[in-house]
Design a protein around this ligand. Structure first.
Ligand SMILES: Cc1cc2nc3c(=O)[nH]c(=O)nc-3n(C[C@H](O)[C@H](O)[C@H](O)COP(=O)(O)OP(=O)(O)OC[C@H]3O[C@@H](n4cnc5c(N)ncnc54)[C@H](O)[C@@H]3O)c2cc1C
Length: 438
């Protein structure tokens, strides 16, 4: 058990909340988690840290390194840092972008001139930020959950959710029924749990934008003298902003991997998907009249994903009628990529729910679940808005105004978002919030 506690980051850790050197007392609360994305895995790890027992059901039959770039703000890094005495963040650091020397260069779309050089803030070891390959970072979290002994049932698709006053559960494909004190529906943007919680299917709307995205090796980039500079002097991050379009390009792992995302107008109405293949010719069309460097980068790309950005109005609730099924992460609140907070907000959800369940106790699970929503709802909505504001600011840039106030164009890194400690906050406000539900 000593080894387990140490892995949990409980013994000898500096964690201000779960750090009394003792084994977390068992709450006796059993939790079923649907989905092993960042949201589900973090909820599982945090539930174990707070003394609950968990099982995860994931429809993917095996772990695959899917996706491309994903960001975690320092409010997410703080959560990872509390696991396994900082060894998880050490692993993440090694494969994430390092911009301490480079910062973020924001450029005018047509001339390529740098209109703002946004420096990276000093590194905070207890609350680091990470930008890296989703699949690689996900594997680190997945392996940590496995090391803790968390059962992760792969290839198990949940087809139905149910609850009554005393328990909640899921039906797996094939008919098996599993029951627990509560179920966390962290089953992503196309959540089935959401339909049960809302009592209707919440259809996404087109946001009017789509993103072309790519991740590739630097081989052809260094062979071209125009693009070589991005891959030979450490990691880089550049963004070109123009009317209704922005193009972000980064090099990672000491310039060996390259990644770009191009957000542009697109009215097509299709399902949310990460894997819809895109055409380079469509990208070239969007980049007509742009700094030729953008095209020089895109030409090196072997394949791209065309991801239509859908929008959902904030859901009226994330909690089922009996209070035993809770939505978490993208199932509850998908984010625009410009917020760079989608995954981090899913982590904060998991931390909060684990705390509210512990504080409410087994006899009051529904109240604990409702307290989770109450603590999270307004903050999530506010962070979601930030993503829209950044996109609009970049897409409607008045370059003359930016000349007078270059700072105005920076990627926001607001303290209320980044310096937030979800665990401490949940502990602090729990008692007051809980009074509403008892
Ligand atoms: C394949 C993939 C690639 C992605 N790539 C990127 C990226 O490159 N950049 C980025 O910023 N974000 C990416 N995302 C989204 C990002 O991971 C999420 O926005 C964020 O991490 C919040 O995660 P989540 O756990 O709420 O949802 P998700 O990461 O979507 O995880 C949901 C999980 O639930 C599982 N699931 C769904 N339905 C069921 C069911 N009925 N039964 C059992 N399991 C089910 C899914 O297989 C999935 O693993 C990607 C998501 C996925 C699924």
């Amino acid at each position: 058990m000593g080894a387990l506690l140490s892995k949990l980051g409980i013994m000898g850790s500096t964690n201000p909340i779960v750090a009394d050197g003792a084994e977390p007392p068992s709450s006796g609360i059993k939790v079923i988690i649907v989905g092993a994305g960042f949201g589900g895995l973090t909820a599982a790890i945090e539930c174990v840290r707070q003394g609950h027992s968990v099982v995860i059901y994931e429809s993917f039959p095996e772990l695959k390194s899917l996706g491309d770039i994903i960001s975690f703000g320092s409010n997410g890094g703080r959560i990872f840092h509390r696991w396994a005495n900082g060894s998880i963040t050490a692993k993440m650091r090694a494969i994430s972008i390092d911009l301490q020397n480079h910062g973020f260069k924001i450029r005018k779309f047509d001339t390529g001139e740098v209109i703002r050089h946004q420096l990276s803030p000093p590194r905070d070891l207890e609350a680091p930020t990470f930008n890296g390959h989703r699949g690689e970072l996900h594997e680190i979290v997945f392996d940590h959950a496995k090391e803790l002994g968390i059962p992760i049932e792969l290839g198990k698709r949940v087809v139905r959710y149910f609850e009554n006053e005393k328990e909640a559960g899921v039906e797996l494909e094939g008919g098996e029924m599993v029951r627990a004190d509560m179920v966390i529906g962290s089953d992503g943007v196309r959540s089935k749990a959401r339909t049960l919680v809302l009592g209707y299917e919440d259809k996404p709307k087109s946001s009017g934008y789509a993103v072309f995205r790519a991740w590739f090796s630097n081989k052809d980039m260094i062979a071209d003298p125009r693009t070589k500079e991005f891959c030979t002097g450490g990691d880089t991050f550049n963004g070109w902003i123009g009317p209704d379009v922005h193009f972000l390009f980064s090099t990672i792992k000491n310039g060996s991997d390259c990644c770009w995302v191009l957000t542009h107008k697109d009215e097509h109405d299709i399902d949310e998907s990460w894997s819809f293949p895109g055409k380079l010719d469509d990208v070239y069309k969007v980049l007509e009249g742009w700094d030729p460097m953008c095209r020089a980068i895109v030409e090196k790309t072997p394949s791209i994903v065309d991801w239509k950005l859908v929008y959902r109005d904030p859901l009226p609730t994330w909690v089922s009628k009996e209070g035993r099924i809770a939505l978490l992460g993208d199932a509850a609140h998908p984010f625009l990529p410009t917020s760079a907070q989608g995954a981090t907000q899913a982590l904060e959800d998991g931390v909060t729910l684990a705390v509210t369940l512990k504080r409410a106790g087994k006899a009051n699970v529904p109240a604990g679940v409702r307290a989770y929503q109450d603590i999270r709802y307004d903050r999530v909505k506010k962070v979601q808005k930030l993503g829209e504001a950044t996109r609009d600011m970049w897409h409607k840039t008045d370059f003359e105004k930016v000349k007078k106030d270059p700072k105005s164009i920076e990627l926001p890194r607001e303290d209320w978002v980044m310096k937030f400690d979800a665990e401490r906050h949940a502990e602090e406000v729990f008692e007051k919030v809980m009074k509403k539900f008892m």
